[in-house]
Design a protein around this ligand. Structure first.
Ligand code: SF4
Ligand code: SF4
Ligand code: SF4
Length: 382
């Protein structure tokens, strides 16, 4: 097989087994070839994606002896291509998804070398054409979670939206570099981010995998809370993995480079993060019309308008578009007049139970959208 054929088989394996569809182009190929060697591509073609398998099962698939297989798997786990999960008392392995191999996992380590920079630069050029997530998406991978003290009664926060309660449940904590900001910081075509970088928090099984493979470092629960506080002060948005049962990731996202907010603002995607169950309430009488919340809002959901109730010299106060607002509390956190607060909405929405359920819901919506488009097309040609 030529290298080109090896890479093509690898791409087919990674896409056919993940349900992903995207457009390949020159930048995608340069991204792949600068980071994944032909040997690595040949070895991982046929390697399980979902569900993960034991080393014995993989030895059967790959027709390899276990010691040699284990050595290769461990090297690729350190590179961020293979995930090792511990379910019950058995260890299982699977490939990270195509997007995660280039845009998420290796960046966690904070690497900076030439092959990595080349991969990142081409990935950044390819990404806008990829459109992995689109119009049919019901649930984003992250759900906005409010900054605790921006909620009117933090003691009444729903358990799955109280960041302190969520963090408290984890036994193992780790921090890694923010993969989104790292990607653009390493690319000379983009300005460096002013935001903190070591802010990606992972817990329990995922956290252990990360620390074991040098993709992040272990921290204490107190350090996790300190990172969350600094992130909120810097204007970052807390995004919790959108799975109620066992979220293992808390992101701290910025509007410019985040994988969830950037496609929404710059590539015309419908969704950024799922909304929390909290909405902003404004007290126009005390608003100073300073505009700070307008600048801090990551969703452009706040406008300054004339208000008959305002008492400031401009006769203005802020108005929030509840459809756009994701209930993050970033605006509330620094308001100098305490004129805005997050209040719980009347109707509560819960996150999907698991990642699998979220993907299933999105898949069903995508299929329904496709069928409708086909039938509309059929009717218009009848
Ligand atoms: S999703 Fe947010 S925190 Fe996570 S890597 Fe991207 S910007 Fe950073
Ligand atoms: S709500 Fe607060 S931050 Fe926003 S304009 Fe009014 S005083 Fe300023
Ligand atoms: S208005 Fe903007 S900053 Fe405030 S909670 Fe909503 S999305 Fe967040």
């Amino acid at each position: 097989m030529t290298d080109q054929e090896i890479y093509q088989s690898w791409i087919d394996h990674m896409t056919n087994n993940s349900g992903m569809q995207f457009t390949g182009n020159e930048h995608m190929m340069r991204m792949i070839t600068s980071w994944v060697s032909p040997e690595e591509a040949a070895f991982t073609t046929g390697f399980p994606l979902f569900p993960p398998k034991t080393i014995e099962e993989i030895a059967e698939i790959k027709q390899m002896e276990i010691p040699e297989l284990k050595e290769k798997i461990e090297a690729l786990a350190r590179k961020g291509m293979i995930y090792e999960s511990i379910g019950g008392d058995s260890v299982r392995y699977r490939m990270w998804s195509f997007g995660e191999i280039f845009m998420r996992v290796p960046e966690w380590a904070g690497r900076d070398d030439e092959p990595f920079r080349t991969m990142v630069r081409h990935g950044n050029k390819w990404y806008p054409t990829m459109r992995m997530r689109g119009k049919a998406e019901v649930h984003a991978g992250l759900r906005s979670i409010p900054i605790n003290e921006t909620v009117e009664s933090p003691s009444q926060l729903l358990p799955f939206e109280d960041i302190i309660q969520v963090v408290d449940k984890y036994e193992f904590h780790s921090v890694s570099y923010c993969c989104c900001r790292m990607r653009y910081n390493l690319d000379p075509d983009y300005p460096d981010t002013p935001f903190p970088l070591e802010t990606c928090l992972h817990f329990n099984e995922l956290g252990r995998y990360i620390v074991k493979n040098g993709l992040g470092r272990e921290i204490t629960k107190e350090e996790t809370l300190e990172i969350l506080k600094k992130a909120a002060d810097a204007g970052l948005i807390h995004g919790l993995q959108n799975a109620e049962a066992a979220p293992e990731t808390i992101c701290n996202c910025d509007i410019e480079y985040c994988t969830f907010l950037r496609p929404y603002h710059q590539l015309g995607f419908d969704k950024s993060m799922d909304q929390s169950n909290y909405a902003v309430q404004v007290t126009p009488e005390t608003c100073k019309a300073c505009g700070l919340c307008v600048k801090r809002c990551p969703m452009d959901a706040i406008q300054m308008k004339f208000s008959a109730e305002s008492t400031n010299k401009f006769r203005k106060a802020v108005v929030v578009d509840t459809d756009l607002c994701i209930g993050c509390g970033v605006c509330v956190h620094k308001c100098p007049a305490e004129s805005i607060i997050l209040k719980r909405k009347e109707t509560i929405t819960r996150p999907p139970k698991t990642d699998m359920e979220r993907m299933r819901i999105n898949y069903m919506a995508m299929q329904a959208g496709k069928q409708k488009a086909d039938s509309d097309h059929q009717s218009s040609t009848d």
